[in-house]
Design a protein around this ligand. Structure first.
Ligand code: IMP
Length: 427
């Protein structure tokens, strides 16, 4: 299939980076369509680990075109430091393009993100403090500054100057904090503008032409379904649409141009930040998963909350993304557990619930209904086919397929590219 969307089915951090990178080797183009450098993909090539935040994972392949689409909010500081560190590692960065319509993150966005989190006190969302929400707020308010504005110096200075004044008023009057230095920001961003210039293009044309040519285009989702501002666990969500529909706007392609949607699902569940988590294991089992799965944020380093696989969530993701296949990640992390559990339903005030509820108050009171599976002790990190896996691991996978109603097409048994079992070629 020439166009494939990759989405996280849980709260992000499902291991999308590895699969995107794996599939990127046969892609002509990799496209980001939402979020910003709140995302973090860790990609392992040989013995080298790359932490990518804004730049699509296809950058590690020489002939892949990488697009930062219009739905992304771009922090120039983050982007340029990523470019610099890739260059140091000898990675070719000439195939990266930023949409001229992408909104730009400024220091006041980050400042207001941090200040508003502090002000929320107990009700903190646990944001990455990368300025994501304040930047999207400006976009919706229609006062944001876009990449194309960076190319028109006088107008850019005028717009930025006006924004800094406005934000400084908010910073001083509402948050009682120190205002930001206007001249310093303008000088800094004029420098960034010069550096970003060669990357800025109308990326909708590049993506459209690639699709018309029949090129293989991979749409790289960041975060996960439950962090979608419309569909996720609102308000504990990010401010964009990390679901498949997000690409139709965030990359500027029509829905008829997307062929397949691959949902990335961890063999268990994790989440960072606040909010209810029905299968959370706030005990030594959760700790064991955290250590074995290296469950600490790529962007923030925060320990992730861990729990058993929740198929109420995965079914919700299958439905809302139109998922056609799953990639099951980090299965090796479950090796050695005597018993493994899968949540099949929730129990809410004595009633069995099948569908993921919108109300967090209700979700908070939901209890997991589990199905238990026998674990395995064999090392699966060298398995190359489904048949190589221990009987119990196969049973676990088949149960997931049955519970969520879509096939598990890829299984990951370790961080390296080679530790990937392909059950069905999809790209
Ligand atoms: P923000 O995107 O920084 O505004 O944070 C909003 C929520 O989304 C917080 O709970 C974050 O921890 C979460 N979040 C944002 N990006 C990611 C990600 O890439 N993985 C997991 N959680 C994320």
């Amino acid at each position: 299939m020439p166009s494939l969307v990759i989405v996280g089915t849980q709260w992000g951090d499902e291991g999308k980076g590895k699969i995107i990178d794996y599939l990127a080797k046969s892609a002509n183009m990799v496209v980001r369509g939402q979020g910003g450098n709140n995302a973090g993909h860790t990609v392992v090539v040989g013995d080298k680990k790359y932490a990518l935040h804004l730049i699509p994972s296809g950058v590690l392949y020489n002939n892949t075109v990488n697009i930062v689409g219009n739905g992304v909010v771009l922090d120039p500081e983050g982007f340029l430091s990523e470019v610099e560190s890739l260059q140091k590692d000898g990675v070719d960065i000439s195939n990266i393009y930023i949409s001229e319509r992408a909104h730009i993150v400024f220091p006041y966005h980050k400042e207001i993100d941090a200040l508003s989190e502090t002000k929320r006190g107990e009700k903190q969302i646990g944001t990455t403090k990368k300025g994501i929400c304040p930047c999207y707020m400006d976009k919706i308010e229609r006062t944001g500054i876009r990449a194309c504005d960076l190319l028109e110096k006088e107008l850019f200075i005028e717009k930025l100057s006006e924004q800094i004044d406005k934000k400084n008023e908010i910073i001083e009057k509402i948050y009682k904090a120190e205002k930001l230095n206007k001249e310093q920001i303008i000088t800094q961003y004029l420098e960034y503008a010069e550096k970003l210039k060669p990357f800025i293009k109308d990326t909708t044309v590049l993506v459209y032409e690639a699709l018309c040519r029949g090129d293989k285009v991979l749409f790289e989702g960041a975060q996960g379904t439950l962090l979608d501002v419309d569909l996720g666990t609102y308000p504990y969500v990010t401010s964009s649409h990390p679901t498949s529909g997000g690409f139709t706007i965030g990359a500027g392609v029509g829905p008829t141009m997307i062929d397949e949607v691959l949902g990335i699902v961890k063999a268990y569940t994790t989440r960072v930040g606040k909010g209810p988590f029905v299968t959370e294991l706030d005990n030594e089992i959760g700790e064991r998963i955290r250590i074995a799965g290296h469950e600490f944020g790529t962007t923030t380093g925060r320990p992730r909350r861990c729990g058993w696989l929740d198929t109420v969530i995965v079914k919700f993701a299958v439905r809302t993304n139109g998922i056609t296949g799953l990639s099951l990640m980090l299965l090796d992390v479950l090796t050695g557990f005597e018993t493994i559990k899968i949540c099949t339903h929730y129990e809410y005030q004595g009633e069995i619930i099948e569908h993921f509820p919108a109300s967090l108050n209700k979700l908070e009171k939901c209890k997991p209904v589990y199905k238990e599976f026998k674990g395995w002790t064999e090392d699966i990190s060298k398995c190359e086919t489904f048949e190589d896996l221990p009987k119990e691991a196969k049973e676990y996978i088949l149960a997931i397929e049955e519970l969520v109603g879509v096939p598990v097409k890829i299984i990951s048994v370790g961080p390296k590219r080679t530790q990937t079992i392909i059950r069905e070629n999809i790209f």
